[in-house]
Ligand binder design. Structure first.
Ligand code: ISL
Ligand code: CA
Length: 536
């Protein structure tokens, strides 16, 4: 199988934080258009655009109140058409973010559902109180109960995410039809496919009590259910099968075996799947970040490389912290570790996704207080910990280490007042290091992270072995990962050291790519060095 999306490098844009064109402090579509040449120059052929639909912005666009319109904050439908057109002109395809598990509570469907206006009555998951309380013990992924009582309908509704994000009822066929309509609407405008938000939890098999042993109580009744697979297959057959589209689902808590089912093209569900095991090896109970151990990270990567024929590759997105802050060393080896992570990402088997700012080694934020954050998840965690009487400083210690806002700070374009993102105070404060970590500075520096990404992308695009070759792990130690990518014609050997110590290696071959300057390799890798060797 060789599909167009197997050959491309993708880039995720979080519109709010990418580029502001009209100086209101919020990124927008026109801002994106103004940066298409930058992306083209980087070698990007595919954009995943996080939601720009009409939304009250309680979860920054992941709470949609109209799927067929653009939020005025980001622009207009015409601007979106223009973006698709301008991207096409540069040979760049766009996939949009389809959030189907839930809508905003301000969506017309929900407003009518609360009033039991047909046909919307059963569009959401409504239940009577049980003994005056929640229908079951399920918890929200953003912590707290997953149920909210609605004073109008006098029933509870389910929300696996924020209170303002009621879950749609996928047992109702009309709901599935509505989603198909939305998809057709956007595909007709010329987009190349979708990233499906939280796609492995849309179908709730039963509403029975959840087992207390699970972190998200109730998850055994809604994660990766048979009904979930059926809906994806139905959507595929009816909407996607006709064209040469690309889909990538997002699925936390999904084993490689489960991922294989979603991506098995005979089953006609999804092309690829974002899974998160490798991003969570240094997390405990989801919210506590502990020391990073490279070996665990490598093992998680390899597990998925081995079991899946193809997948997407990513180290960052708008929900995760910055990769150089998580897997690298922002103090002493900032540049080295960012480059080695780039080399690793772009040599594994799959379609790589780069998240805005990753290509210049953007870091986590440097905020001092919860009030500097905006994210609904961080705020909810703070409230919850406060209720449990955790002192303020301790709450901030935990939350700042994991807050999704770490990845949402404005893109650092240059060293002017607001990092070149806007001329107005941005909705979220830029990280102070924009004075030296920014695009403009790195463009002109041949040794920069940005130029390393560019060269590495070019190298991958021209290397059949990296694009199509098989993957084989050679060795994993506490600090080192060595693997091969090979075809009949060529074998490349990739060695990565994500540690502060020099690592002995004993590899033969010609050095073809190096995260450090120099064209020969000694018998060791420096701290945070990564290389590609060609076997001869
Ligand atoms: O563990 C999870 C569920 O199995 C989570 O990782 C979940 O997949 C993730 O939190 C979903 O994120 C997506 O949907 C959210 C939104 O806030 C995020 O920004 C988005 O990426 C609700 O729409
Ligand atoms: Ca704006």
């Amino acid at each position: 199988m060789n599909k167009w999306w197997m050959n491309e490098i993708a880039y995720q844009i979080y519109p709010r934080s990418f580029k502001d064109s009209n100086d209101d402090g919020i990124g927008d579509i026109k801002g994106i258009i103004s940066k298409l040449d930058y992306l083209k120059d980087l070698g990007i052929k595919l954009i995943w655009l996080s939601p720009v639909f009409k939304s009250p912005q309680k979860d920054y666009g992941y709470d949609i109140s109209d799927y067929k319109d653009i939020d005025p904050m980001y622009g207009t439908l015409d601007d979106m058409d223009e973006l698709i057109f301008q991207a096409q002109k540069r040979n760049i395809k766009i996939i949009m973010d389809l959030v189907m598990n839930h809508t905003s509570n301000q969506h017309e469907w929900f407003e009518k559902s609360r009033l039991k206006i047909e046909p919307y009555t059963d569009y959401y998951i409504w239940e009577d109180p049980v003994n005056g309380k929640e229908p079951n013990n399920w918890t929200s992924i953003f912590t707290g109960s997953a149920w909210e009582f609605d004073e109008i309908r006098k029933q509870y509704y389910l929300h696996l995410f924020a209170v303002e994000q009621p879950d749609l009822n996928f047992k109702n066929e009309r709901v599935v039809e509505e989603i198909k309509n939305v998809m057709r609407f956007w595909l007709n405008k010329g987009i190349a496919g979708f990233r499906y938000d939280a796609i492995n939890l849309i179908y709730k098999t039963t509403l029975e009590q959840g087992d207390k042993k699970h972190i998200f109580r109730g998850q055994e009744h809604y994660l990766n259910q048979e009904g979930n697979h059926k809906i994806l297959n139905d959507i595929y057959k009816e909407v996607l099968s006709e064209g040469d589209y690309f889909t990538v689902g997002e699925a936390g808590f999904t084993s490689p075996e489960e991922a294989k089912l979603y991506c098995d093209h005979q089953r006609e569900e999804l092309d690829t799947l974002f899974t998160f095991e490798h991003t969570q090896t240094n997390y405990k109970y989801r919210w506590i970040r502990v020391k990073f151990k490279p070996k665990k990270f490598y093992k998680a990567l390899v597990k998925y490389q081995n079991i899946l024929d193809w997948n997407v590759l990513f180290f960052e997105n708008h929900d995760l912290i910055r990769s150089v802050s998580q897997f690298g060393d922002v103090k002493k080896y900032w540049k080295q570790s960012a480059k080695s992570l780039a080399l690793l990402l772009l040599t594994l088997k799959g379609t790589p996704f780069i998240y805005q700012g990753q290509e210049i080694g953007m870091t986590n934020f440097d905020y001092k207080d919860i009030n500097e954050t905006q994210d609904v998840e961080s705020k909810r965690l703070d409230t919850l910990l406060n209720k449990k009487r955790v002192p303020k400083r301790l709450r901030w210690f935990f939350i700042s280490r994991i807050s999704r806002d770490n990845a949402r700070t404005p893109m650092q374009w240059n060293s002017s007042k607001y990092a070149g993102f806007s001329n107005h105070k941005p909705w979220l404060k830029p990280v102070n290091n924009f004075s030296y970590i920014n695009v403009e500075q790195q463009k002109n520096d041949s040794d920069s992270i940005l130029n390393f990404y560019k060269d590495m992308i070019k190298y991958r695009q021209n290397s059949k072995t990296l694009r199509e070759g098989k993957f084989e792990i050679y060795k994993i130690t506490n600090k080192l990962m060595v693997f091969k990518r090979y075809t009949h014609e060529e074998t490349l050997c990739i060695a990565v050291n994500l540690s502060r110590r020099k690592q002995k290696i004993n590899l033969q071959g010609k050095l073809v790519f190096n995260s450090e300057t120099g064209d020969s390799l000694e018998k060791y890798l420096n701290p945070y060095q990564a290389v590609i060797l060609k076997q001869i």
